[in-house]
Design a protein around this ligand. Sequence first.
Ligand code: OAD
Length: 239
Amino acid sequence: MESAIEALRRSLQTGQIVAFTGAGISAESRVPTFRGADGLWRNYSPERLATAEAFWEDPHLVWEWYDWLRGLIHAARPNPGHLALAELQRREPARFTLVTQNMDGLHELAGSHDVVKLHGDIWILRCMQCGREGRNRQVPLAPLPPLCRCGGLLRPAIVWFGEMLPEDQWERAAHAAQNADTFVAIGTSALVYPAAGLVQVARRSGARVAIVNPDPTPADELAEWILRGPAGEVLPRLL
Ligand code: OAD
């Protein structure tokens, strides 16, 4: 812990820090993770529902799931883990980049800005017919599935399995990982590519890697520091 703190301190003075977050950072805000036991909804796994095929097959079912998730996220508040990252950025904004796989918006609610969002945003809806996008925080949504003014089906502006990541966000993330000298992966199972590949990109480019997670992950072998524990406890201590 002490040497991780020292590395972060040095990066914040003269280098670049990247924080890379996954669903685990929001677990203490009671947002279910994807691969935890709480990730199942009516026995469907997210891999089963978060695809274009599932959506075309049964948009109502997929929307019921997202509507349920939106309800949980709407009630959630940022926890000390989100707040610690916002505070790090506030101290040295030019030396800190936050890259998230989360679509819940809790980093922004905690005060983070310029967040690189690799997997989209559950509060933005996009028309599958005319492409129009808009922010929508209505909870619950009715009727389901929601429709655009043009009559087309609306979908959440989220990256589904098999879809490309938004190019501009990926480029920002890869650039930040290549230039990081400290890269902290927090609350991610590091299983979903290409996002999980950022840990390797950072390591290969010479960054020192820290992992914050109560459980082992495949990225642990790349890490110099493994900080076991919930993000809401470990990150405030690092700060
Ligand atoms: P996962 O659900 O795969 O992994 C969550 C990780 O958080 C696990 O490694 C847990 O051990 C860890 N964890 C649980 N509680 C924690 C806590 N309190 N503090 C820190 N860590 C904790 O979530 P992701 O890695 O984010 O993609 O999943 C990656 C992507 O797969 C998601 O963005 C989503 C999903 O399908 C899309 O929606 C495109």
